[in-house]
Design a binder for this molecule. Structure first.
Ligand SMILES: NC(=O)c1ccc[n+]([C@@H]2O[C@H](COP(=O)([O-])OP(=O)(O)OC[C@H]3O[C@@H](n4cnc5c(N)ncnc54)[C@H](OP(=O)(O)O)[C@@H]3O)[C@@H](O)[C@H]2O)c1
Length: 233
């Protein structure tokens, strides 16, 4: 078994996932990441997998590969995701299906497979990325907010089911943050969301990185089943 802790970050090709992967590398982890397209960046200690988190056999293969090469898995961050902003009357059901698949099915599959590996060492940290769209009950984000609400519920149930294996499960819910996810959202819509937060400023990737780093420390072993909302939602 390697001495170096191992983190798996989904959706690490871009945005928050990349920032999270780079922070784990800075903190001495070996980092495994995935997305559906090839990575646009490389780093020592980072391995990128082309895998869709909604594909059960791809997820199973990927996590087995991580376990075989490292013989341990310390952290899994369910970050992969997409969004859609539209009135429900204009939202095709295919959008709902896609968002539920990526956020809920993906988080379920990745967490289940990672917990199987983590349980051997009676230790692990799972962090799911939610959104302030849940507590703000954002209009125009019925499909996205519903998918993230399910992720929060899954987080709380996993916290109970995985506690006997020494695995904590928590979620971090970012405020609007300047990544590809927000491209295409009109600026006045983002301003409206920011106006409903206690902090009227855009989120920064490092806001999310900071909380994930805190939750994944060994000293955070008694924090589980929690959702941390950023920006004062
Ligand atoms: N930015 C914000 O304002 C904000 C606010 C709240 C919450 N969030 C959440 O933060 C997370 C990261 O989003 P981001 O802002 O960093 O957006 P982003 O830059 O668009 O990143 C999303 C990443 O997920 C990957 N991905 C999407 N579907 C996938 C799938 N089925 N399987 C594997 N990888 C997949 C994408 O790569 P491929 O396209 O190559 O698969 C991409 O690397 C998401 O869960 C999002 O809902 C973001």
């Amino acid at each position: 078994m390697g001495d170096r802790p191992v983190a798996f970050v989904t959706g690490s090709r871009t945005g928050l996932g990349r920032a999270l992967a780079e922070d784990f590398l800075r903190r001495g982890y070996a980092v495994e990441g995935c997305s559906r397209s090839p990575a646009e960046w490389t780093a020592d200690g980072y391995v990128h997998h082309e895998a869709d988190v909604t594909d059960e056999s791809a997820v199973t293969r990927l996590v087995l590969d991580i376990a075989r090469r490292h013989d341990r898995l310390d952290v899994a961050v369910n970050n992969a995701g997409g969004a859609s902003m539209n009135h429900m009357l204009l939202t095709p059901v295919a959008t709902l299906d896609r968002l539920l698949a990526t956020h809920v099915r993906g988080t379920f599959l990745v967490s289940r497979e990672c917990a199987k590996v983590m349980q051997h060492r009676k230790s692990g940290r799972i962090v799911n990325i939610s959104s302030v769209a849940v507590p703000l009950r954002l209009e125009g984000e019925a499909a996205y907010g519903t998918a993230k609400a399910a992720v929060e519920h899954l987080t709380r149930v996993m916290a109970r089911e995985f506690a006997p294996f020494g695995i904590t499960c928590n979620a971090v819910a970012p405020a609007p943050t300047d990544t590809a996810l927000l491209r295409g959202v009109p600026p006045h819509k983002i301003e409206d969301i920011l106006a409903r937060l206690a902090l009227h400023r855009m989120g920064r990737p490092e806001d999310v990185v900071h909380v994930v780093a805190f939750l994944t420390q060994p000293a955070s072993a008694c924090i589980t089943g929690q959702v941390i909302y950023l920006g004062g939602a």
